[in-house]
Structure formats: structure tokens, C-alpha cells
Design a protein around this ligand. Sequence first.
Ligand SMILES: Nc1ncnc2c1ncn2[C@@H]1O[C@H](COP(=O)(O)OP(=O)(O)OP(=O)(O)O)[C@@H](O)[C@H]1O
Ligand SMILES: O=C(O)[C@H](O)COP(=O)(O)O
Length: 403
Amino acid sequence: MKTIDELLSEGVAGKRVFVRADLNVPLDGTTITDDGRIRAVLPTVKALAEAGARVVVASHLGRPKGAPDPAFSLAPAAARLGELLGADVAFATDTVGDSAQAVVAGLADGQVAVVENLRFNAGETSKDDAERAAFADQLAALADVYVGDGFGAVHRKHASVYDLPARLPHYAGHLIATEVGVLKKLTDDVQRPYVVALGGAKVSDKLAVIDQLLGKADRLLIGGGMAYTFLKAKGYEVGISLLQEDQIPVVTEYLERAEKSGVEIVLPVDVLVAPEFPDLKTKAPAHPTTVAADAIPADQEGLDIGPETRKLYASKLADAATVFWNGPMGVFEHPDYAEGTKAVAQALVDSKGFTVVGGGDSAAAVRTLGFDETAFGHISTGGGASLEYLEGKTLPGLAALED
Ligand SMILES: Nc1ncnc2c1ncn2[C@@H]1O[C@H](COP(=O)(O)OP(=O)(O)OP(=O)(O)O)[C@@H](O)[C@H]1O
Ligand SMILES: O=C(O)[C@H](O)COP(=O)(O)O
């Protein structure tokens, strides 16, 4: 894989360089609540701009449905990138249309532009190769060189991640190089006990990774929205909690396999429930109730792990030599459901092992809950991406950067 260092030594002055970043930051309206993913791509953008490149930054944000949707505009991220760079950043109100073409044509050497959300175009995420290729052709017309630096999205076979690098000379940016360097340690020579904590809301995506993790980790702690499919597989009722009903047989098989192979799968023993999802805007008190994991009322939703589970998970993390954690333990954005995530974060801080936190919201949680980033071994910008890397999968966005 050629890296940006080679590109810089070859010279980029005057060249249009397309940087595929992951600027998928958490937003409260148009306010960015954690800018970690923007800061993470700064070394690449700065280096290119300082070398005189005309830098075209592109990213997805959220999961819009292949058409423009103002709620998912990258405008706030572009503004924040400008603040962090201390320079004007031009913004194109479309991705490959008139605005993008004009903004890119107007760039001077060393200037930076951001184009609008890649996923406002159906071709970006299409499963149809020809549709993705057609969009990649339009993206390729905007640049001379491609730099892949959106680590959080390298597990997606999307046009800007997978098809576009095949059309341009391509290089890995600083962030991808750093992320892969650290995660390699967890695949090549992992120190044991190796404990993986999984939570979050992207349950269908992430249940699949457990298949491989069962052969690699010594212990799996399950929290967040992920926990309820496991509790249901054990025969408990989960009320109106997040549930991946079709995955219950798969999860049942995981539980059986873990038992046979001596891998510990640790599930919540108690949870915080409420009749409705909390208001994340007003943060109005949610008045949750603590119930045993096998006693979730039919009309209630599990929104965080409970106090006994917090202690249990801290004890299961205490002797770990290596920890990988992806996915908040609860709806940490609301103060009534942040304690589970705080407890796991604190257990990582207290750990003597090598600790890695992965994921947009997981990393944001660590920072917004007031933890010092340097207390963790590594904070990865990718959740799904790092999990799939740890599974040993070939990731489309990394494969595409190979020569
Ligand atoms: N019990 C729960 N029910 C519903 N949502 C939950 C629950 N627990 C956690 N969440 C939500 O999960 C979200 C984060 O999940 P997600 O899987 O996206 O993690 P991530 O760290 O961002 O990883 P990635 O980078 O792969 O997106 C948070 O917004 C949080 O509110
Ligand atoms: O948040 C993430 O994990 C990445 O930005 C990828 O987003 P996606 O899961 O919507 O593809």
C-alpha cells in the first residue's frame, strides 16, 4: 500500500487530491457534539494543503436515502474543518454537480474544499456495480489523485471507498496508516486475557463479527442495544427493546459454541428500562427503573446496563491484558443512561492492559463523558471498520488501496 508520504515526496503542488474522509460526526441539529473524526483527518489534509495540493475532501454523514436531505448536510463539518485548519474551506452544495465542479475548478494551490454528503447520491452505496461505477466516474472527474483516509468507512464497498481508487493513482492517508498499525497488534500478537466489549445500536451489522471473535477473544461482554437479542435468545422477554429477531438462531448458536469452546459471553444481569426513548434534545429526566435482565416489562425498553452489571463488567475487565471496546453500553447521550458507558470507560482507564476504543459514538462518548483520551491505548475512529478488521476480513477500502 502506498502511503501519503510517497505521494508527498513525488510532489502534489497544483494537483487535485480527493481525500475520502470519515466526517460522520454526531450532530445536535447543526451543532457538532464531538469533532474527533474531523481532527483525526487533519494531519492528512494539512500535509496536502501545505504541499500545495488542491484538496477535495469528501465524506458521508449518517444514512440518508440516496437523495439530498438537509439534516445530513456536511456544511457544519466543513465549517469546523476550516476552524481547525485556520483557513477558509470552500463548500460545494452538491457532490459531483455544478457546485462541486465550480468549487473544485476555483481552488488555488494549497486550498481545501469539502463537497456535500456522498450518500446524497444513490450510486455511492448501491449494490449494483454499474451504478456505483457510474458515480465513481463522476467523482474521478473531480481529481487527479486519491487519498483514502476514512478509516471508519473502509468496511463499506461503496463507490468513493472501493470503486474510485481504482480510477486514480491512490494512496493511504496518515489516519488509515496509524489505525491499521495499531489494530495489527490485536491480530498479530494479542496479549491475553483478551476481552472484547460490544454495545451500540448497529446490531445487525455487528452481530456477524462475533462469529470470528469467538475464535479470537477470551471473553465477550455484551451491552447496549446488542444485549437484547442475546437476552431474548436465552428465553427472556425484552419488552420493546432493540431486537434483531431474525438473528436469534444465530445468537443461540454463538452461546452454544462459546460454552463448548470455553469463551465467556457475559450478558447484563440488570438493565435500566423506561416506557419510551429519552428526549436527547431537552435531556428531560427520563425516570428509568432498574429491573433484572429476566424481568423486563412488556411495555418497556432497555436503555442502559444496570448497576450490578456495571460492577460485573468492571470485574471482567480488571484482569485483561488486551481490551477492545466498541459500542456504548446505553443511550449515553442522555445523562440518565450514561452510567453503564462511564463504568466501562473507567474500567479501561483503570486497566493495566492495552486498551482500544473503536467507533464514532464510542470515541465521542469517552470524550463527552469527560475522560482523558490519553488514558486509553488507542481511540479508533472506526467501530464497524475496526471490528471487521479484527475479524480478519479483507476490507474493501483497504484492498482498494493496495497496488
Ligand atoms: N439499549 C440501547 N437502545 C438503543 N440505542 C442504544 C442502546 N445502547 C446504546 N445505544 C445507542 O448506540 C449508539 C451507538 O452505536 P454504534 O453501533 O453506532 O456505535 P459506534 O461506536 O458509533 O460504532 P460505529 O463507528 O460502527 O458507528 C448511540 O447513539 C447510543 O445511544
Ligand atoms: O460511523 C461509522 O461507523 C462510519 O462512519 C460508517 O458509517 P455506516 O455504518 O453508516 O456505514
